[in-house]
Design a protein around this ligand. Sequence first.
Ligand SMILES: Cc1ncc(COP(=O)(O)O)c(C=O)c1O
Length: 406
Amino acid sequence: MSFDPNGARARFPGLVTDWVLFDNAGGSQILDSAMDRVREAFLTSHVQPGGTYAASQKVSERVDAATREWAACWNAADPRELVFGASTTQLFQNLSRAIEPTIQPGDGIIVCEVDHEANIGPWVRLASRGAEIRWWRPNRETFELSLDDLSRLLTKRTRLVSFSHVSNVLGHINPAREIVRLAHDAGAQVVIDGVSYAPHRRVDVRAIGADFYAASVYKVYGPHQSILYGRLDRLEALPPINHYFIPADKLPHKLAPGGYNFELVHGAGAVPQYLASLGPRGLDEVADHETALAERVLSFLRSRKGVRIIGLPKGAPDRVPTISFVVEGRDPTEIVPKVDAHRVGIKAGDFYARRLCDALGLTKPDSSSVGAGTLAQGGVVRASLVHYNTLAEADRLCAVLDQVIS
Ligand SMILES: Cc1ncc(COP(=O)(O)O)c(C=O)c1O
């Protein structure tokens, strides 16, 4: 039986609106149960952990429970492998700080040009330790990353390969398992940005063989929280970045300076249960529906003269419905407000994949995006859909674009 998005929609109060919300790669709607849990936490355990009184104990139990839920959801071997944090950007910065003292001059680091800056900047900064930064760049026409190119970049000195499981602009699903295999064969570790993958498919960190993997819960139907997975032996080997008196072997504390946001972690703990409710394979169960959504929008875009799809042009199993395009002679930031007028919410900009947009010649030289979500000049128009979106909504977007880009 095919997936019916209307059942899913009933779980998202924010979808009760006359808007079509297609900025899901920016942030998804939040589950009813996640909201309930956040409220419950404020009402019944808005205290600090570490005390012997009941409410304080409850905080610790709730954090432990959410960690166990997510560890099981991502198939981690041990809940100690998960660290919560405010954002993926912050978690990768923390990871970079921890890795920094272990870098020797001449160590190689491979970063991927298609990535969000959250998974580039933290590794490029290690050049200050003498690391040699190498760039894995996509084909300029097909936007695809080649494994042969990666093989050529890898050397015996490569310490780290960072890449995204899915690009937040291109929507391609990168072959994570194969990339990890190549990196491991060369003796390197991998840091994977799973932010644009986790809302669409089941994450299995052990099947992938990830050393480090992160995603943002606020794009996976929960509140503003992010999760960093690290294989236990990798985490144990890292120098700590917390206060000197926090035991250096204590996980997750060694990598989590400052307290957790306990209320939001409790809320985040509602998400795995929802994903499991989608079917035995969780989000994998909705892949066909997402492919149909992508194809509905992409087929419209393919039919329009002057439109260039920035990413795979067809709805396919190795792509998610995060769809970017440009229109000849039109600035993306000028198109989007015209779409807003029809109560369809999409977005324009570089989405912090600035290096990709620069490399493709899509950003303007004076482009500056200041603050979260601010439109950069140029970039792409992006419509990003998830499982709770309907084909009727996709049709509405196409009808509006038909008027706006004619
Ligand atoms: C692919 C990708 N990686 C990383 C990030 C950064 O995530 P966060 O906002 O949790 O720092 C984003 C945010 O849009 C993203 O799309």
